[in-house]
Structures are given as C-alpha cells and as structure tokens.
Ligand binder design. Structure first.
Ligand SMILES: Cc1ncc(C[n+]2csc(CCOP(=O)(O)OP(=O)(O)O)c2C)c(N)n1
Length: 275
C-alpha cells in the first residue's frame, strides 16, 4: 500500500492511481476510480458475471453519499435489481462531500436507504459508527447475495470528523465545534468501550495494539522507501503509461508516446529511469 502511495517502482499500479486508491489482486480488491462512482456499475457488472459463470463469489462496493448523485450509481441500481446481481451496494453517508452538505445529493428529501425501494432492492440504514451493526448488516446482505435472494443497499450513517483531504479546511464551511457535537461518537472508541464492558478487552491491550500497529506502519514505510519516494525518480519507466489500457495502442496514443519520448530525450538526454 505504501509503495502505491509513493507511486514508486514497487507500486503494482505503476503510478497510475491517486494515493489511497489501493488495489490488490490477491485480495480481490479493486480500486475505486478518481472519476467518482464508476466502481458501482463495475461491481454490479462483476457480480452479474460471477453469477453467470456459476461462481459463488459476490461483490461489495462503497460509494460516498455525494457520489450517489452521479448517473453511474442509478444505472448500477437498475442493473443490480433487473439482473438480481449478487452485490452489496454500500453508501457511506458521512454527510459531507468535501464542502457540500449531503442535502445536495437529496438527503433532506429522503434517506439513501430509502432509494433502494424504488429500484426494488433491499435497503438498510444503519449506524455506521457501530462496528457490530456494520458487521451484522453486511453479514445479512452477504447471505442474501450468496443465496441468490438479491442485492442489498446499505446506508452507513456516519460523520466525517476530519477534512476531506489534507488540503481541505472544514472550518471554512461548517462550525469548528461540529465534530465535537456529533452524538454518535468515534467507532473505534465505541467498540473498545463495549469490549471492555464485556471483559473481552482492556486499556492495556488497546495501547499495546495501537503501538504494534504504529510500528508495523513505520516498518512498512521504511521498507517501501527503498523502492523510492516522491521526487527520487525511482518510478516506473515513462513509456509504461501508454501500456495496459488498450490491447492494441490506438494511433493517436502511439503518436503521443513518440512525442513524449522525443521530449524526454531533449529534456533529460541519455537518462533512462529505473526499468
Ligand atoms: C466525477 C467526479 N466529479 C467530481 C469529482 C471531485 N470530487 C472528488 S471527491 C468529491 C466529493 C465526494 O464526496 P462523497 O461522494 O460524499 O464521498 P466522500 O468524500 O465523503 O468519501 C468530489 C466532488 C470527482 N473526483 N469525480
């Protein structure tokens, strides 16, 4: 994952994705696309293909509430319903799409779970900050999909405490204390308290786990840095950006590739990046 964040020579996505848009073939985990909501019809199509092939695997996808305003989301719901695709459509309603309140995607008219009804999908609305509720709802939807009872749309009602990204300043569009006033709390703290109350966990175990996780991330970062960090030039060769998208490179991209090569030779003569 950290190689991918650095877009270095260890990045399996060859520097073609934004940081955090991870993908892992071994885990059947397919990245979202920077063009929001494309993953929704892709997941439905993948689920349809799985069913047609007689495969038992199901698809699950996640989209922000703001992105449900994209047409892709609605086509995906229609296809999921018509073809009874074994898919779970998760809508993460964290109430903010960067600076846009969820009302811009229709949240004040109805819930996102309620939209499922119009498409003939099962719709659930859960407290997205309750880990056990998320687990239970997902298990229910997965059982439905696996037993061919149909797709489920789950709205996870939650709150984005931080900014959308490090370049976002939420105080520019909402009150600074809003995050403190959000009543449903931090999901990790809630699960921790619940497990401690059950006698299954303790503050000491939690602190130890935190420390272990931090160490694991640090070690992985150090390891990934050997493959290059931003600005080190240890990225995939320039020419690879023209590969893998089309089976046969269309003529106009062929031309662009040649032009890029010429310009590269002029700007950085004799230099061939890592290959
Ligand atoms: C098609 C498209 N339109 C606009 C953007 C710019 N954009 C990036 S993130 C974002 C907000 C997304 O909000 P939401 O779907 O609620 O997801 P969240 O950020 O809460 O995960 C926007 C508008 C984009 N990446 N793609």
């Amino acid at each position: 994952m950290i190689n991918q964040i650095y877009s270095n020579k260890g990045d399996k996505l060859k520097g073609r994705q934004l940081p955090i848009m991870y993908s892992s073939r071994e885990h059947s985990f397919f990245t979202i696309s920077g063009n929001l909501a494309t993953q929704t019809p892709q997941a439905v199509g993948w689920a349809m293909a799985s069913a047609i092939k007689g495969d038992s695997r199901i698809a699950a996808t996640w989209v922000g509430e703001g992105s449900t305003a994209e047409g892709d989301f609605h086509s995906a719901c229609t296809f999921a319903s018509v073809y009874n695709a074994p898919v779970i459509l998760n809508v993460i309603n964290n109430q903010w799409a960067i600076s846009s309140f969820s009302g811009f995607a229709g949240a004040e008219r109805t819930t996102f779970a309620n939209r499922a009804v119009g498409y003939g999908l099962a719709g659930l609305r859960i407290d997205g900050n309750d880990a056990l509720a998320v687990y239970a709802a997902t298990q229910w939807a997965a059982e439905r999909a696996r037993s061919n009872k149909g797709p489920t749309l789950i709205e996870h009602f939650t709150y984005r405490a931080e900014g959308h990204s490090t370049s976002d300043d939420p105080t520019a569009y909402r009150s600074a204390q809003e995050r403190e006033e959000w009543p449903l709390g931090d999901p990790v703290n809630r699960l921790k308290k619940h497990l401690i109350a059950l006698g299954e966990w303790s503050e000491e175990q939690h602190a130890k786990m935190d420390e272990e996780c931090a160490q694991q991330v640090k070690a992985a970062t150090k390891e990934a840095e050997k493959n290059g960090i931003l600005g080190h030039g240890l990225h995939h060769p320039f020419r690879t950006m023209f590969q893998d998208v089309y089976e046969d490179l269309p003529w106009h991209l062929e031309e662009q590739a040649k032009q890029a090569k010429r310009e590269r030779e002029i700007k950085w003569p004799g230099e061939e990046p890592w290959s």
